[in-house]
Each structure stands twice: as structure tokens, then as C-alpha cells.
Design a protein around this ligand. Structure first.
Ligand code: SF4
Ligand code: SF4
Length: 281
């Protein structure tokens, strides 16, 4: 079973929820797909076991065979290849690795070479598998690194995935194949706005989901009212207390210091398991 923790925007406590949930339910592996700003390993301080490069094929032009005919540039919809008077220039950061330019080149002058867009780190923290992706700075397309992280998901009983924030392609790529989605939000008008957008996306994916309200007590009732009206279960409310905020600021998962929360996450997980079983029937 794959449980993915997502949120409409950054800073809602998504990673905190993912880590505290994983720590509460045994040695469930955790996969950080927030590849532009991975944080799970910062909280869990794992030991690195292996690092893998994530590469995408990009064109490389053989100057000897190229006649500067321009067909490759004409074909490329992303302006990733430019044919000038003296040669061909490839812009790897614009290339979508479709391979089309190589196909249309009449001289077979284009070969594909690997371009590193990020890394996947396979690590371990106290017997728990922690895998996180890191998109190379300046690389615009996160989905290939996310896919590489998800390829590491092994057939354990349960895996926890920390999704990137937002509702764009990287989030959808992360949520795909999940059995349950936890949407973390804050009880404020901004939180509600982002939650609504996420709910619209999640409903399209037909994956069962529920909401965790983080920093409960700081805002208003709009998130609760919305969830009630939409029939969305509120799985948990995490209050904005000094103790939790302090642990958070020190990067300590709060279930490690506040054992009653471990039990609450276990209850939450039981409810999710029942919901997934019910959904599958
Ligand atoms: S299509 Fe091939 S031959 Fe024509 S400009 Fe591009 S690389 Fe050169
Ligand atoms: S592989 Fe596709 S996206 Fe990249 S330069 Fe060639 S045609 Fe453009």
C-alpha cells in the first residue's frame, strides 16, 4: 500500500506528517519526491548507501555529417536545438528528450547522450529505507527524478511518499499509483484556497483521500466547513502548540518526544487501511 502525503503549497507541515506517520507504523520506508527541496533526510539523518545519477537522453550532433539543413530545429517544438551558420547548438535545459530531432535528421548526424538532471539517494535510518531525489539546480523538469525515486518503491506492506507541494505535473506524477492520499493544510483562507485546488486534482485521479489540518487553532473554521460540505474526512488536527513548534524548528519528529501522537498516527493509519480495503472492494 502506498500512502502519499501532499499539500497545495509548501510550508504546511507535509513532510512532518509523512515522517511522523512513517515513524509511528514500524519500519515503513519513506520516499521523498519533493525533489526540488527534499527534507525527509534532514529530519531522519540517514546513512547514505548508494547514489544514482538520473539521466535523460539529449541530442549530440556530429559536426562532420551535419549539413546544417535545419530540419532538426524546424521539428523541435521546444526550441531546444538551434542551427546557425557555423554549427548546431543544443540547449539541454529546454530539451524534452523526445528523440524527434534524431529521427528527422536526413544525415543521421544526431546521437543521444546522457544528461544528468538529478540524483536518487538510497539511504537508511535506523533500519528504515529512506529514498530521496534531488533535482540538479537549474534543471526545469522534475518528473524524471520523481519517477526514478518511485522506481525504488519496493513491495513492502506500506510505503510512505512525501509529494512536492502544488498541483502541477510533478505532484500528479507523484500521486499516481498511490492507494491513499493525505492532504495537509492549514486552517486559513490561503490553506483553503490551495486545498480546494488539490481536491479538484485528486478527484480526477479517483484515489481515496482525507485531510490533516496542521497548526489547528491559528485561523478560522473555513477548512472544516468546506470538508464537511464536501464529505471529505478530516483525519487529524495537529494543534499549533509551543512544544510541537519547538520540536519542528529543531527538526525533531514530534512522535519521538510526544508518544501520545504515535498512537494517534497509528489510529489514523488503521482508518486509512480500512478505507483503502473498502475502496478496493
Ligand atoms: S537535421 Fe541533421 S543535418 Fe540537418 S541541421 Fe540538424 S543535425 Fe544537421
Ligand atoms: S530530443 Fe526532442 S526536445 Fe530535445 S532537441 Fe530533439 S526534438 Fe527537441
Amino acid at each position: 500500500m502506498i500512502v502519499t502525503v501532499a499539500s497545495g503549497k509548501g510550508g504546511t507541515g507535509k513532510t512532518t506528517v509523512a515522517v511522523n506517520l512513517a515513524l509511528s507504523i514500524g519500519d515503513a520506508p519513506i520516499y521523498d519526491c519533493d525533489v526540488e527541496e527534499p527534507n525527509v533526510h534532514v529530519m531522519l539523518q540517514p546513512t547514505e548507501l548508494e547514489t544514482r545519477e538520473v539521466q535523460l537522453p539529449i541530442p549530440e550532433v556530429n559536426r562532420e555529417s551535419c549539413t546544417l539543413c535545419g530540419k532538426c530545429a524546424e521539428f523541435c517544438q521546444f526550441n531546444a536545438i538551434f542551427v546557425g551558420k557555423n554549427g548546431v547548438i543544443v540547449y539541454p535545459e529546454l530539451c524534452h528528450s523526445c528523440g524527434g530531432c534524431a529521427l528527422v535528421c536526413p544525415e543521421n548526424a544526431i546521437a543521444e547522450v546522457g544528461h544528468t538532471v538529478g540524483q536518487v539517494h538510497i539511504t537508511e535510518a535506523n533500519g528504515r529505507r529512506v529514498v530521496y531525489g534531488e533535482l540538479t539546480i537549474g534543471e526545469p523538469i522534475a518528473t524524471s527524478v520523481i519517477k526514478a525515486v518511485k522506481n525504488e518503491v519496493v513491495g513492502t506492506e506500506v510505503s510512505i511518499i512525501d509529494a512536492p507541494p502544488g498541483t502541477a505535473c510533478p505532484v500528479i506524477e507523484t500521486m499516481r499509483d498511490s492507494d491513499y492520499l493525505i492532504l495537509v493544510t492549514e486552517p486559513t483562507p490561503f490553506g483553503l484556497h490551495d486545498l480546494k485546488m488539490t481536491v479538484d486534482v485528486v478527484r480526477e485521479l479517483s484515489i481515496p483521500f482525507g485531510v490533516i489540518v496542521n497548526k489547528a487553532g491559528i485561523g478560522d473554521d473555513s477548512v472544516t466547513e468546506y470538508c464537511k460540505g464536501e464529505g471529505i474526512p478530516i483525519l487529524m488536527e495537529i494543534p499549533f502548540t509551543r512544544r510541537i513548534a519547538e520540536l519542528y524548528s529543531r527538526g525533531i519528529p514530534f512522535v519521538e518526544e510526544l508518544p501520545e501522537w504515535r498512537e494517534r498516527f497509528q489510529q489514523l493509519f488503521r482508518a486509512i487501511t480500512e478505507e483503502v480495503e473498502h475502496h478496493d472492494q
